[in-house]
Design a protein around this ligand. Structure first.
Ligand code: URA
Length: 242
């Protein structure tokens, strides 16, 4: 597939269409070692393009590990709230969407991509991709509740939830800190599982999904591209299930 050089550069997040035209004019862009004829020059996958001395390679799909902050919604557009895409530069947002949802008051690991196939596989109920949450929960979470979660609890859906692994990190009279791993993604699932045992989730953070953890170096609202190795790791998760 051949596309205009200015579109290629803009798609790669180098700048807006008008910015990249300027870069081309200022001779900061090379195509196969030569100055391009102009922004309209057609380029394709076989071409080697460089910008300011660095080679860039065209990727159809983009994958970002995003640290969702509280207060934004896991959507592409919203009339009332900030969305997760508002944390990405405008020229990067095209086609991107979050893989699944975290509640507005939940923070943590969220994959952002333009790869519908990956999203479908990660979210498909049959794939059982594990998601681990750190939670602060009202009251004393007990060993009995650990056993209950392991067997599945009734959250008002058909049947029980799938077995979930509950780890008690600290337990006090007023507040418990726990880690919970679930392999499905029912609406408000973690909050409803604790409700089912008479407890309330006061704080919720997703710390991993599909074997990938939240990057400690990211602050809430920051993102980074995921590496090839990480992509393979997450892809393996559902290949094992099929
Ligand atoms: N479970 C919840 O209750 N909320 C989330 O945001 C994610 C899982």
């Amino acid at each position: 597939m051949q596309i205009r050089l200015d579109k290629y550069l803009a798609d790669m997040g180098i700048g807006t269409r008008s910015q990249v035209k300027q870069y081309i004019r200022k001779k900061q862009v090379f195509v196969n070692g030569n100055f391009p004829k102009g922004p309209e020059q057609k380029v394709g996958e076989e071409d080697i393009i460089s910008f300011q001395g660095k080679e860039i390679s065209y990727q159809k799909y983009e994958y970002y590990l995003f640290y969702k902050p509280q207060g934004c919604v896991s959507a592409v557009t919203d009339q009332h709230h900030k969305t997760v895409l508002d944390y990405f530069p405008e020229n990067r947002r095209k086609g991107l969407f979050p893989v699944g949802r975290l509640d507005i008051d939940t923070e943590g690991f969220l994959l952002i991509t333009n790869d519908g196939g990956l999203a479908h596989n990660l979210l498909a109920p049959g794939k059982h991709v594990p998601k681990t949450y750190f939670a602060k929960v009202s009251g004393r979470v007990t060993e009995e509740e650990v056993q209950k979660f392991a067997k599945g609890v009734d959250i008002g859906e058909k049947g029980l939830t799938l077995p979930a692994k509950l780890n008690l990190l600290s337990v006090e009279e007023e507040l418990s800190q726990v880690e919970l791993t679930i392999t499905e993604g029912k609406f408000h699932q973690v909050k409803r599982m604790f409700q089912a045992v008479g407890k309330e989730v006061l704080y919720l953070k997703r710390i991993s999904m599909g074997g990938l953890g939240l990057d400690e170096s990211l602050m809430p609202g920051e993102y980074r591209a995921i590496t090839e190795e990480e992509l393979q790791k997450i892809t393996k998760q559902w290949m094992m299930e099929t």
